[in-house]
Ligand binder design. Structure first.
Ligand SMILES: [Ca+2]
Ligand SMILES: [Ca+2]
Ligand SMILES: [Ca+2]
Length: 237
């Protein structure tokens, strides 16, 4: 069970996710994010072909709920599209701007509507933050089949530089819509990989990411910065 994710979904029944209005003060940030995104999103057929999954696409389809924490704000002008679709990684030396900052303790729940995440050999889910050059902001990841019963990968954020914390947000993101790096290949795409077998479950449709609460928080870019999530193994419903 993962109570914060259950609570987030319950609250979403009363406060459904809506697109946020553009604020003039955020135009510059939106421009930066747009330039980085380069226009590829969930329904881009070319990207699907590159990933080996013609249809449906391998990325999150819907944001079920988002509860920003303190020092969130960045990326909200382009929400929810900014966390749907392909990752827009900038490699090991720069972080993507195509991200949504969760803020301190922020929680986001995503859903796959046209595919079902399933357990295959090795990693099954990739989570893309914008880590680079040892600059890490970690988040805890949980999944659910029905949005009620949650299974979380153990996450210890006390060692942000260690790769074995179990959290997301360690590894730089290499794949983007301008290169040929398959965003569903754990060996090529970058990002942090998660295996359903470690949780003892076979399928999932919902992904919940919670800022670890131990990251830098300032301005509007605080905490875990979510770029995208992608399936490695999936079935059609
Ligand atoms: Ca697996
Ligand atoms: Ca970051
Ligand atoms: Ca993104």
């Amino acid at each position: 069970m993962f109570p914060v994710c259950i609570d987030a979904l319950k609250r979403a029944l009363y406060f459904p996710v809506v697109r946020m209005k553009l604020r003039p003060s955020s135009l510059a940030l939106l421009l930066l994010a747009t330039l980085c995104a380069c226009g590829a999103e969930a329904d881009d057929p070319a990207l699907g072909a590159a990933s080996g999954l013609l249809a449906p696409d391998p990325f999150a389809d819907r944001v079920v709920s988002f509860e920003p924490g303190d020092s969130a704000g960045f990326g909200q002008d382009a929400f929810p599209d900014i966390v749907l679709g392909a990752p827009e990684g900038n490699g090991s030396d720069a972080g993507s701007l195509d991200v949504l900052s969760l803020g301190r303790g922020g929680i986001i729940v995503l859903e796959f509507t046209d595919i079902i995440l399933r357990d295959g050999p090795g990693p099954d889910l990739l989570v893309f933050e914008n880590a680079f050059n040892g600059w890490t902001e970690l988040g805890q990841v949980a999944v659910s089949e029905d949005g009620q019963i949650w299974h979380e990968w153990p996450c210890d954020p006390s060692d942000p530089d260690g790769d074995d914390s179990g959290c997301a947000g360690h590894r730089p993101v290499l794949s983007n819509s301008d290169n040929d790096l398959d965003p569903t290949d754990p060996h090529l795409a970058g990002g942090d990989a998660f295996d359903l077998a470690d949780l003892g479950i076979e399928t999932a449709r919902f992904v919940c990411i919670t800022d670890a609460g131990t990251n830098p928080y300032a301005g509007k870019t605080g905490g875990f910065d979510l770029d995208a999530v992608a399936v490695v193994h999936a079935d059609e419903p």
